[in-house]
Design a protein around this ligand. Structure first.
Ligand SMILES: [Zn+2]
Length: 316
């Protein structure tokens, strides 16, 4: 039942933030357990506010995938992001890897984080992204559980190889998953095939590592293929002085390379390309989503009625 979406002109880029703290780096022996989070010196207020100010200054609206722990402890950050017009979405509660969870554990986690956020902002939350893009072939129940938890879209699939997760798929553009009884739209993390290998240039360590001219060139290339570009960043990535977790040299490079230049890079990218939220992207492009009727979209909570034409590429 999968159908490709978004084959049209004036494709937008989507900008997203996974709102979590400096100690939420995954898969290290030193990664703190959730029971320790409350006792660690949080940097999220200053780091996330720095990003919010950057978005205000550049007049950009983004999607914020909040970790349940952040939302619960710093609910004013959720309210502030909402007040500034950004989309509030869920990054789960425990920051656990999907492939290390059972279906019922995952479902509970996804439902709980949704409820925390909805109670804070007082309206429906439809977007989800899991920790570490850890949906894999061994977790076939993933989409079904998200549909059961009443999410309308997801952006957790990484269509290539990576440390944790990664799903082999040829679906590089957004697509509909589900059937008559329900479904959601999947926005895979954007990759470009270089000599047959899918490579990401648009988020996290990839965005910090690759030079700006290359990221821009690859953005043009994806837009020319009539796909949206999904950018993603973490608040710690604009905070060069955040504390470091002990880790191997290789992971240290990946986790902390180019922290000093990332904020300037983001500023340049959001000025150069038209960025929007997942929800606005869906609302604006609804009539182009093959296989999705307005009634279905309403059922999925995706028909927001928002008609802001924030698509296309900025003239510079
Ligand atoms: Zn995360």
């Amino acid at each position: 039942m999968d159908s490709p979406l978004g084959h049209h002109k004036g494709m937008a880029c989507i900008f997203s933030v996974d709102v979590e703290d400096w100690f939420h780096i995954l898969g290290l022996p030193s990664t703190p357990d959730p029971s320790q989070w409350d006792s660690l010196p949080s940097r999220i207020e200053q780091d996330f506010t720095r990003l919010l100010d950057l978005f205000s200054e550049t007049d950009v609206k983004v999607t914020c995938f909040f970790l349940g722990w952040v939302a619960r402890r710093f609910s004013h950050l959720v309210k502030e992001a909402d007040k500034r017009g950004h989309e509030i979405a869920s990054h789960g509660c425990s920051h656990g890897l999907v492939y290390e969870m059972r279906r019922h554990e995952f479902l509970h986690d996804a439902m709980e984080s949704k409820k925390i956020l909805e109670d804070i902002v007082g309206r429906r939350v439809v977007g989800y992204r899991c920790a570490g893009f850890s949906v894999v072939e061994e977790t076939p129940w993933f989409f079904d559980a998200l549909i059961e938890a009443e999410y309308g879209y997801d952006s957790s699939v990484f269509p290539g190889a990576r440390g944790h997760g990664g799903l082999k798929t040829n679906q590089l553009a957004p697509y509909f998953v589900g059937g008559d009884s329900g479904g959601l739209i999947e926005f895979p993390i954007t990759v470009v095939k270089i000599l047959g290998t899918p490579i990401c240039f648009f988020g996290g360590g990839y965005l910090r590592l690759f030079p700006l001219f290359l990221i821009e060139a690859m953005t043009w290339r994806v837009l020319a293929e009539r796909r949206p570009v999904v950018f993603y960043i973490h608040p710690r990535e604009v905070d060069p002085s955040h504390p470091r977790l002990p880790m191997s040299l290789g992971r240290r490079f990946k986790s902390y390379v180019n922290l000093r230049t990332t904020e300037a890079k983001i500023r340049r990218l959001v000025r150069r390309f038209q960025m929007t939220t997942f929800r606005s992207f869906i609302a604006n492009d609804l009539n182009r989503l093959t296989g999705l009727s307005p009634a279905q979209a309403t059922k999925l909570g995706l028909a927001t009625g928002s008609r802001d034409r924030s698509v296309g590429v900025k003239r510079v």
